[in-house]
Design a protein around this ligand. Structure first.
Ligand code: NAD
Length: 423
């Protein structure tokens, strides 16, 4: 089944659970707008290459469309649709006034020079300029995009006459261009706050919790750092090149792992090209094998479809914290549910990023900026209340956290559609 197909399956299940009108489910099974465009770029060798770009604006009943832009060689419309749908659910679960969207460009960023990347990023904004804006659609970074790329994008948007000063159009910007303090660590930190709530409700000691993190990028690193600082034991980390496992059970310091990755060098000043595998003192293994190693919490923070019917039975964690979007296939999800493994769904576990994006947008709109602690505390409060809403439905309906999160979101989106005069 396609990624979007399986996302909609969850929507239908949650609709039944929460007795949501079938007409409402029908509305929410379709994106409102799908954009696909060609971006011709003059490469450094003088030849023109055409890249394919996408933006799916899924639903805006609760506020402007909101969602990241992904650069990946396998980016495709089906994936972007699924991600846009999840953003709609996620913003509603988090209780922030946004709808959902997602974008992407099919490219391998590691094969482009910084100049080529800048050109393709600016071309993407020109293709979208009339359909994005602080109150229309507010994009942000995702896999392989970062603050530097948002800087190019916001500059391109604001250089269009009439758009001067409208920096609230993108979030995840560099601080000097209106970015928020705290945004960099937000998604990982938010996942950590959610995990602390789960451990508290399960009466588990966080200091005895062993954690494996798949993916040492922005989200995986910051989550690992917060968990490590709180006394949890990080027993495994991985990246696209491979994984590391601490057979001695002492736990690894994510900063040491990250430093090794960083000292391997930078490509074009935009991407880290090193690998966690350069860290010494740990057992190296494939990133697939790492998912099956002994731990209490497995936190996939890389890409979708990592936990499948093929490996779910061998996963030893009692808690799966979905920091990535869509890391668990529906088959694996069903197996986890049967075995009593708690899956903390992506729409809650990684919502700290979009919540802090919202706080950045609020600061931009009011031109009044907050200290980092204020931002993180506000995000923390919103994450705690999102967790409480989900956990109480989970308990009341005796269902999974994923179904509970979808139920919370659906109720809120359906109400917004009704209040706006929809069916
Ligand atoms: P990133 O590009 O910074 O990091 C991704 C990491 O995953 C890299 O270290 C990469 O080497 C690693 N990786 C790739 N394939 C892997 C594999 N097969 N096994 C192990 N590691 C692998 O991206 P990110 O911003 O950290 O995003 C990670 C995930 O979190 C994505 O699913 C993204 O959609 C989701 N997410 C990100 C944010 C955000 O604020 N950045 C917010 C919400 C959700």
């Amino acid at each position: 089944m396609s990624l979007f197909g399986s996302a909609i399956k969850n929507l239908e299940r949650a609709g039944k659970l929460q007795n949501i009108d079938a007409q409402m489910i029908e509305i929410l099974s379709h994106p409102r707008r799908i954009l696909q465009f060609s971006l011709p770029i003059k490469m450094d060798n003088g030849k023109v290459k055409v890249f394919e770009g996408y933006r799916v604006q899924y639903n805006s009943a609760r506020g402007p469309y909101k969602g990241g832009i992904r650069y990946h060689p396998e980016a495709n419309l089906d994936e972007v649709k699924a991600l846009a749908f999840w953003m709609t659910i996620k913003c509603a679960v988090a209780g922030i006034p946004y709808g959902g969207a997602k974008g992407g460009i099919k490219l391998d960023p590691k094969k482009l020079s910084a100049r080529e990347l800048e050109d393709v990023s600016r071309a993407y904004v020109r293709a979208l300029k009339d359909l994005i804006g602080p109150h229309q659609d507010v994009p942000a970074p995702d896999v392989n995009t970062n603050a530097k790329i948002m800087g190019w994008m916001v500059d391109e948007y604001m250089s269009i006459p009439g758009n001067e000063g409208k920096n609230a159009v993108f979030t995840g910007k560099p601080i000097e261009l209106g970015g928020s303090l705290g945004r960099e660590q937000a998604t990982g930190a938010g996942g950590f706050f959610v995990l602390m709530n789960v451990l508290k409700h399960l009466k588990k000691d966080s200091k005895k919790t062993r954690v494996i993190v798949q993916g040492t990028g922005n989200v995986g690193y910051w989550f690992a750092k917060y968990a490590y600082d709180a006394g949890m034991k990080i027993v495994g980390m991985s990246d696209s090149q491979g994984g590391l496992y601490d057979t001695r059970g002492r736990g690894m310091n994510p900063d040491e792992v990250m430093n090794t990755k960083r000292t391997k060098g930078l490509i074009a000043g935009v991407y880290c090209s090193g690998s966690v595998c350069g860290s010494v003192g740990y057992k190296s293994m494939s990133n697939a094998k790492l998912l099956e190693m002994e731990c209490d919490v497995l936190a996939p923070a890389a890409l979708e479809d990592q936990l499948t019917s093929g490996n779910a039975a061998r996963v030893k964690a009692n808690i799966v914290l979905e920091l990535a979007n869509g890391p668990t296939t529906p088959d694996a999800d069903a197996k986890f549910e049967k075995r009593g493994v708690i899956v903390v769904p992506d729409v809650l576990a990684n919502a700290g990023g979009v919540v802090t994006s919202y706080l950045e947008w609020v600061q931009n709109l009011q031109s009044f900026y907050w200290e980092e602690k204020v931002v993180i505390d506000r995000m923390h409060a919103l994450m705690d209340s999102a967790f409480s809403a989900v956990w109480s439905i989970k308990e009341k309906k005796k269902t999974s956290m994923r179904m509970a999160a979808y139920a919370v979101a659906l109720e809120r989106i359906a109400e917004a559609i009704r209040l706006r005069g929809g069916v």
